[in-house]
Design a protein around this ligand. Structure first.
Ligand SMILES: *[C@@H]1O[C@H](CO)[C@@H](O)[C@H](O)[C@H]1NC(C)=O
Ligand SMILES: *[C@@H]1O[C@H](CO)[C@@H](O)[C@H](O)[C@H]1NC(C)=O
Length: 399
């Protein structure tokens, strides 16, 4: 009996140790955040365990848990919600019920989830879409796209771009009562990656006459070249997006072959022929002092060209918008970037701000000192409400 209790205690302590993460001092509501992180860590551990036992792909298990919070398309007193397809891509459309003589502005929203998880139907995204409609009296299009591990780049990019192009057709804008001069794209995390990539792609597309008024990038991921940034070093173990999850997401975006993941984790995936690209992600020259403090820039270590020959996507600007040339960046619209201090991909957003400003693009950079990755998708946290409020105010004033 005694030994059973002791084993139970040991297992309990080990489990608590595994799922518990000490928090930085400036995190607001630390107990609530700790609880949420423990839940996230537990689900993560279950998903790893399931994969180890050969029961289910790690990311499929995670997506199963994420989808438990899906809600159907349901209209309410203020918003009419429908689902349809744009160029065969499923979208959820949110239209204000209030009558309007004037054309409305519109947001084309792309959800996050590392290109492996999530949907417009997740409660957090559905709620954000409704809040955007109510606050801005705008039309919101929230798009889905095919996910990894089943599909790989460029499927996600193509779905999102095809969906946007359909929306930007004059007859479609007319149908939804949208002002063609007041359209913006917005997305968080992987969705921020797509929002940046499609904004760049539109600049060179002869089929589309419409110009975006704004792009909004919420803690975006923007490159896969250098996996050893100051933010990767500082926040590599910070929930819910750790460096190992980040690398798993990004390698799965290109392939299920785990050799890319291994090489990426140790920052040895880029071949020497591509060394010229490092100037676009050189944090030593692109980060303000405050973010570089205490870190030494290591010159890149190069790998063989085998991986980039098989999976050229990770060097493709449609996957890594930070690799765009300055003359491309120059023509981008007014930009809003949110970055969080305790975020493994913080410095990608910060470097993009520097590069856009150097190219002459007007940028509002909202850096959240007590923020961490994914705060927009959490529930019941004060910081989530505060950030949403800042984001919607910016949209309201600038779109
Ligand atoms: C509809 O809008 C009104 C006025 O802004 C607000 O008080 C109400 O909570 C909204 N209803 C829903 C379901 O969001
Ligand atoms: C990065 O920038 C630093 C100076 O800020 C420079 O010394 C270094 O050569 C650059 N490295 C690359 C790979 O561009």
């Amino acid at each position: 009996m005694g030994s059973k209790i002791i084993s139970l205690l040991v297992v309990g302590v080990l489990t608590a140790y595994y799922v518990y993460t000490p928090l930085p001092d400036n995190i607001e509501e630390p107990w609530k955040v700790t609880g949420l992180f423990m839940a996230a860590n537990t689900i993560n551990a279950l998903a790893h365990f399931g994969e180890l036992l050969g029961i289910s792909h790690y990311l499929k298990t995670l997506n199963f848990f994420v989808s438990l919070l899906d809600v159907p398309a349901r209209s309410d007193e203020n918003v009419t919600v429908t689902e349809t397809t744009f160029n065969n891509v499923p979208v959820r459309v949110y239209i204000p019920n209030r009558k309007s003589e004037a054309l409305r502005r519109a947001i084309f929203y792309i959800h996050g989830g590392g290109y492996c998880l999530g949907s417009f139907a997740n409660l957090n995204y559905d709620t954000l879409s409704r809040q955007t409609v109510n606050r801005l009296d705008a039309v919101v299009i929230s798009t889905n796209y095919r996910l990894s591990p089943q599909y790989h780049f460029p499927s996600q990019f193509e779905d999102i771009y095809n969906s946007l192009k359909w929306f930007l057709r004059p007859d479609v804008l007319k149908k939804y009562g949208v002002d063609p001069e007041r359209i913006g794209v917005s997305g968080d995390s992987a969705g921020g990656n797509s929002a940046a990539a499609i904004s760049q792609q539109l600049l060179d597309d002869p089929d589309v006459k419409i110009k975006l008024k704004i792009q909004s990038l919420i803690y975006p991921s923007l490159q896969f070249l250098d996996m050893d940034l100051p933010s990767t070093r500082e926040n590599g173990h910070f929930p819910a997006l750790t460096k190992s999850l980040l690398v798993r997401f990004w390698s799965e975006y290109f392939t299920t072959d785990r050799s890319l993941e291994k090489a990426m984790f140790f920052n040895q995936h880029v071949p020497v022929e591509s060394s010229y690209l490092f100037k676009f992600v050189n944090w030593s020259s692109l980060l303000p002092e405050k973010f570089k403090k205490g870190h030494t820039y290591n010159s890149p270590t190069y790998g063989t060209s085998e991986l980039s020959k098989k999976y050229p996507g990770f060097l493709d600007v449609r996957a890594a918008p930070l690799l765009a040339e300055d003359n491309k960046l120059r023509s981008l619209p007014l930009t809003y970037v949110i970055t969080c201090q305790h975020d493994v991909i913080r410095d990608e957003g910060v470097m993009y701000v520097t590069r856009l400003r150097n190219a002459g693009v007007r940028v509002t950079h909202n850096h959240i000192e007590d923020g961490f990755h994914g705060i927009l998708s959490f529930y019941g946290l004060k910081i989530t409400d505060r950030l949403k409020n800042q984001y919607l105010s910016w949209l309201s004033e600038n779109l």
